[in-house]
Unconditional design. Structure first.
Length: 368
């Protein structure tokens, strides 16, 4: 709204020429981040009180880690705050005629609604293990991901058809393959994988949100580069007209994440729940697809993949096939806790690992 209003005013009133600042992605990104952060500071406490009164509280799962039961009774569904902050910020500072923005917001809302349904079922049944079934969750995620993939390869796609199905890998200047319509199952698998990897990571106070901020910050830099005709040509990236708007989205996300971390850091006053973790994971994956950086995610989001792999190896291979545990506990953060490392130390150390991976991923912009 302010973006369109600012453009109208500075074009029609000479005295308001300073409003041309809204044309700059850098300015709108800063304002988007500040707006989202202020939103969290203004609405988090009333939201926490409301969730307490309505008994929308976290339902603890059996993990074998005794400290987990200290978290019983903490309000959940904090993802509503994150999504609300991002959408409010983008309403003011985003360019809603930009199809990159529409694609990502659709993914954010779609996966957020799936997570919200799961959270509501858990609180209704008073059990952290009795949300919607795994099959139904994957089905709903698949429907959203398939819709995204088909729209991505349609004429409505924000990417030119000559680029949309190409596969890029880090450290290589040129695309390694053209997947054609095989790109649809690839996108679906990738989005569902990342969404659930973030969901699995969200198990300790502040653990998921900070690495998500690191990942989004790096993707925001990629969006700025690929949306700029000069920088993209210099660094040998495909020029994606309009992709710079994802920098504004990323800034709003980072601002919302920082504001949420204020209340989610140990000891957490609120959890993001599946509403937040699935929305965040689906959004990160969607942006990677739109920026042609899917193969960067194993580096950039390496922590999320490690968490998902340890969980699946333990469950599918260890318990179901071999009939025994491969790790002490799973996913990774619970294994570290079981070995006697304090929760806050586990979280901070994994933040450090995620930050290092983000720096390595950022270096691939130039090392190609």
């Amino acid at each position: 709204m302010l973006f369109k209003l600012g453009k109208y005013l500075f074009l029609h009133f000479e005295s308001l020429s300073f409003l041309r600042l809204v044309n700059y992605i850098s300015f709108r990104s800063i304002m988007a981040a500040l707006t989202a952060t202020i939103f969290l500071f203004c609405f988090s406490r009333p939201f926490i009180i409301y969730m307490h009164r309505r008994s929308f509280l976290d339902q603890v799962r059996e993990t074998g880690i005794s400290s987990a039961f200290d978290k019983k009774g903490t309000p959940t569904m904090g993802g509503i705050l994150i999504i609300g902050a991002i959408l409010t910020s983008l309403f003011l500072w985003g360019d809603w005629s930009n199809r990159f923005l529409i694609f990502v917001v659709t993914s954010l809302i779609g996966f957020g609604l799936i997570g919200l349904l799961d959270d509501i079922v858990k609180t209704t049944r008073r059990s952290g293990d009795k949300g919607i079934s795994e099959g139904l969750k994957f089905l709903l995620e698949g429907i959203v991901a398939i819709g995204f993939a088909l729209a991505y390869l349609s004429p409505f796609s924000p990417l030119p058809s000559s680029v949309s199905s190409l596969l890029y890998v880090p450290f290589v200047k040129h695309p390694v393959a053209d997947l054609g319509y095989l790109y649809v199952p690839f996108i679906v698998f990738f989005i569902v994988l990342v969404a659930n990897a973030v969901n699995i990571t969200d198990g300790l106070d502040g653990l998921a949100i900070t690495p998500s901020i690191f990942v989004m910050a790096v993707l925001g830099v990629f969006a700025y580069v690929e949306g700029n005709v000069i920088y993209s040509a210099y660094l040998n990236y495909p020029y994606l007209r309009g992709a710079g708007e994802l920098t504004v989205f990323g800034a709003a996300f980072v601002g919302a994440g920082l504001g949420f971390l204020w209340y989610n850091s140990y000891p957490a006053q609120i959890f993001m729940g599946d509403t937040g973790s699935l929305a965040i994971g689906g959004t990160l994956a969607s942006i990677c697809v739109l920026l042609k950086q899917e193969m960067l995610f194993p580096i950039l989001g390496g922590l999320f993949l490690a968490e998902a792999l340890t969980s699946q190896i333990q469950d599918k291979i260890g318990v179901r096939w071999l009939g025994r545990r491969i790790f002490y506990r799973a996913p990774l953060h619970h294994d570290l806790q079981y070995q006697g490392i304090a929760e806050t130390k586990v979280v901070i150390r994994l933040w450090i690992v995620s930050g290092i991976l983000a720096l390595i991923a950022l270096a691939t912009i130039k090392l190609r």
